[in-house]
Structure formats: structure tokens, C-alpha cells
Design a protein around this ligand. Structure first.
Ligand SMILES: [Zn+2]
Length: 73
């Protein structure tokens, strides 16, 4: 007999994986790399020293904030 619970669990795990891929962690504690989540360029060391949780390079962060401001109004 097919196990529906197993299938549901499998589906839930797949959804989790998809969500994890689409939403980068806001405050990662450990980082494999320090690449911008938007453009993939390396984030400047000086920026990471000032803001260790930065996930975007200066350029993308500026763009991101501009977009947020636009939609906040
Ligand atoms: Zn970038």
C-alpha cells in the first residue's frame, strides 16, 4: 500500500527547497561566499567590514532600496 504520509513529506521537503532557493537568508550566520545575491559579484571587503550581514553589493543594494522606496509609497 502506497504511503501517503511519505509522499506528503517528500512534497513538503521539495517546497522547502524551492523556498530556500527563492528567498536568500536575510541574516546568514555562516557564509560560504561573499557574493552579491543579485549580480553574483564579490561584495567589497570594506563593505562587509562595515556591514557583515550585507548580501548585496553597493550597486545592487542601492537599486534594491530605490525599488523598495518606490513600492512603499
Ligand atoms: Zn550586486
Amino acid at each position: 500500500m502506497a504511503d501517503d504520509a511519505d509522499r506528503a513529506q517528500e512534497q513538503a521537503e521539495m517546497m522547502d527547497a524551492l523556498r530556500a532557493k527563492n528567498t536568500p537568508p536575510r541574516r546568514p550566520f555562516t557564509r560560504a561566499s561573499y557574493d552579491c545575491v543579485d549580480c553574483g559579484e564579490e561584495i567589497e571587503a570594506i563593505r562587509l567590514r562595515a556591514l557583515p550581514t550585507a548580501i548585496r553589493c553597493v550597486f545592487c543594494q542601492t537599486e534594491h532600496e530605490r525599488m523598495e522606496q518606490r513600492y512603499a509609497r
